[in-house]
Write a protein that binds this ligand. Structure first.
Ligand SMILES: Nc1ncnc2c1ncn2[C@@H]1O[C@H](COP(=O)(O)OP(=O)(O)O)[C@@H](O)[C@H]1O
Ligand SMILES: [Mg+2]
Length: 389
């Protein structure tokens, strides 16, 4: 058996699964696509989460689209976080350009452009269904993050939330929250200290100023009673295709803390309101977080714990989470370890630090006689990716 025949046999054996699957692309050996040898992912594994990594411009967002479209075709709804505004294209049928038809022939897939059922969601003034959440729904950890508070200040926030919960005070919007803080820093100080211990009026004052700053950034529109039910994310259209919901985040991308926290709030809400599913044949919903490094930027310990717990537990609700980022090292180890599917696009080695990161990324994959993983990671072209079953 030639080296090529051996490779084909191994790939075919490795990517033959029971049950439905989606196609990532055609297998390649020595930079040449092999006809009709496909790299696939079984649908039943997609609630084990995933990572799509690679340098800027190597095809991560395109891969995300390819996966989301196939999921839609299989009746699985998806939620895409569109940070750069380059995901809206999935609403349009693709073109059957001769180049694409030729390429599909090489890979051995038949592909027909189809339109998708797409629903746009927005956090701000852009067109689409408006997402909002109440301050209570955010909870103390996420609300502290939005305000950029330190641990001591975060502790005060926790007490305020507890006080409101115990006393049946609703915290709907920022106005409600300011009123409660003002009250607790003045005439309510005694009441809260009697039950919850010392309450620093000075810290309350600092927090109040931060809330005002947040309002000045135009954040008031994000807070308020929910106008959106997360169960709506699980719709199937009249052709049996899963609806693709796209959250447009472009107009607030200069405020990463705000939107990444909103994203986390949404995950928490989804986690809280979906029933247990065990390990279903196919996921109930898949969520793709593009530019995921923003989620982990400046994350506090409390936030990381919350996120880790959600990633771990949301799986049994039949929900798959996919993080899209430049380097696997952008994602904390505790979360990285929970991501089943790892799709790696090319990495670029400009600095010594880059080379180290590439070495680390390569070490995550088993050794093979067909190529040097480390070299492959830097040599792949746009749209080419590395994946192991
Ligand atoms: N499989 C592919 N075939 C052809 N062109 C591709 C493919 N994947 C990506 N591209 C093109 O490469 C460019 C960068 O892709 P993109 O997915 O936006 O990269 P990233 O998200 O990694 O920055 C885009 O213009 C896209 O159309
Ligand atoms: Mg991208």
């Amino acid at each position: 058996m030639s080296n090529k025949e051996k490779f084909i046999a191994e790939v075919e054996a490795g990517y033959t699964f029971k049950g439905a699957s989606i196609v990532l692309g055609g297998a390649m050996l020595d930079a040449t696509p092999l006809q009709s040898v496909q790299v696939k992912v079984p649908l039943r594994t997609l609630n084990r989460h995933g990572l799509i990594a690679g340098a800027t411009g190597t095809g991560k967002t395109k891969t995300l689209q390819v996966i989301a479209e196939q999921l839609s075709g299989a009746g699985v709804p998806t939620l895409l976080m569109d940070v750069k505004g380059d995901l809206s294209g999935v609403a349009m049928p693709g073109s059957d350009h001769p180049k694409i038809v030729e390429r599909c022939g090489h890979i051995g897939i038949s592909w027909h452009p189809t339109g998708n059922s797409v629903e746009f969601l927005t956090l701000s003034g852009e067109k689409g269904t408006r997402l909002r959440a109440t301050v209570s729904e955010f909870g103390p950890v996420l609300f502290s993050r939005i305000l950029g508070l330190n641990d001591t200040q975060g502790g005060v926030i926790s007490v305020v939330f507890k006080f409101c919960e115990d006393n049946g005070l609703p915290l709907l919007d920022l106005k409600d929250f300011k009123k409660v803080l003002q009250y607790l820093g003045n005439e309510g100080k005694e009441a809260i200290e009697a039950e919850y211990g010392q309450f620093s009026a000075a810290t309350a004052g600092t927090i109040l100023r931060k809330v005002v700053e947040l309002e000045q950034q135009g954040a008031s529109t994000f807070f308020g009673e929910l106008s959106f039910d997360v169960q709506d994310l699980c719709r199937i259209d009249e052709n049996g295709r899963g609806v693709i919901s796209i959250v447009r985040l472009t107009d607030i991308q200069d405020r990463p803390k705000l939107f990444s926290t909103f994203m986390l709030q949404m995950l928490a809400e989804i986690y809280a309101s979906f029933p247990e599913e065990g390990d279903p044949e196919q996921p109930k919903l898949c969520i793709f977080i593009d530019e995921a490094h923003l989620v982990f930027q400046e994350a506090t310990d409390a936030l990381m714990q919350q996120l880790e717990a959600i990633v771990k537990l949301i799986r049994s609700k039949g929900i798959g989470l996919f993080f899209i980022t430049q380097n696997p090292t952008d994602i904390p180890d505790s979360i990285l370890a929970q991501l089943g599917l790892k799709v790696q696009h090319a990495l670029r080695a400009f600095t010594a630090k880059d080379r180290k990161a590439i070495k680390l990324a390569a070490e995550n994959y088993p050794i093979t006689s067909y190529y040097q993983t480390e070299d492959l990671l830097t040599q792949m072209g746009i749209g080419e990716l590395y994946q192991r079953p």
